[in-house]
Design a protein around this ligand. Sequence first.
Ligand code: NIG
Ligand code: FE
Length: 400
Amino acid sequence: MKNLALTNIGELVTNDPEINNGKLGIIENAGVVIADGLVTWVGPASELKSQANSDPVDLHGSAVFPGFVDSHSHLVFAGERSAEFAARMSGQPYVAGGIKTTVAATRAANDESLRNNVRQLLHEMTACGITTNEIKSGYGLDTATEERSVRIAKEFTEDVTFLGAHVVAPEFADDPEGYVDLVIGQMLDACAPHSKWIDVFCDRGAFTVTQTKKILQAGIAKGLKPRIHAHQLENTGAIKMAVELDCASVDHCTHLTDEDINLLAGSDTVATLVPGAEFSTRSTYPRGRDLIDGGAMVALSTDCNPGSSYTTNMPLMIALAVREMRLTPAEALYAATYGGAQALRRTDVGQIKVGAMADIVALNAPSYVHLSYRPGVPLVNHVWRSGKTVFEVDKRRNHG
Ligand code: NIG
Ligand code: FE
């Protein structure tokens, strides 16, 4: 079988620490060889000719980087909340309770329409260069709909997250502890077989740190790995608990103290920043610069959901991280690729090196810097997942 060879790459971002050219491990005038869905060779384009038996794809000097790893999204839902967004933009605050609007629509939807919604949003994400997705439940809040949600998510990704503890279900408004018991009992039993991760929205209007710890520990006992939403609406002190439980990631991190940054920096817990949420709720952006200067691993994610961040556009997240959180363009790309992989504890994605999945993006631009230099412009030209084209804009350009 013939290999695929990407050639005439103007700027190849590998994220490979063995390539000693800044954190991004950039090779100029590069080539990449792919076989059986994996990267089998990376090096200067001039040496590519010696790689026998390859079908070449001429990238005409484009920038190429690992597919984005989106480690946080809520794609299994029905309906939309544009009226809530419009009200917020007219001065209403964002509150966790808006989630219940989507819960009612999701419970009423059949599997096929939920599946179609996921498919449509993933299609948008692929066109933006995202090749790895985490997908959460959390708009069912009853056992049957949560189970349907994780089962449908599992049709699309291995990184499925059970988020039965998104907010307290409306039926339990007067009995939040009763809802926690349901989540860690019958609901967890039904959802764990389809899930890899357990998540809790630990914040004002959702769950307390004590409740969150109880829910995460129950999930861990069932073989799930922990991650949380926290410090979006206020500083609840959840970071310490998350680090102690070795959560893979704390997501949002909008309100952080210096001590929180130190705790994250001294741990294997990634700080996942979701600037689409600050954009769409008109909130202050997290301390991205301080997290990186303090030594924490940072990931960037879309947090795609119909309430607080209805976007599938990772390049926009990069532009916001650069403009609003003072990450450099290089740090922002690293966070959206390698950082996302770390947040999912994946070593097979987020890098272009021998043995990695051939998840690769080519831009219609000479440098990755254009991702933030040209905000909002659809620059993604070609996307390969496991070595197969999953998105392509300009056939003439890519097939020479
Ligand atoms: O990540 N913060 C909690 N969950 C979502 C919002 C969900 C919603 O508003 O529907 C988030 O921002
Ligand atoms: Fe979220």
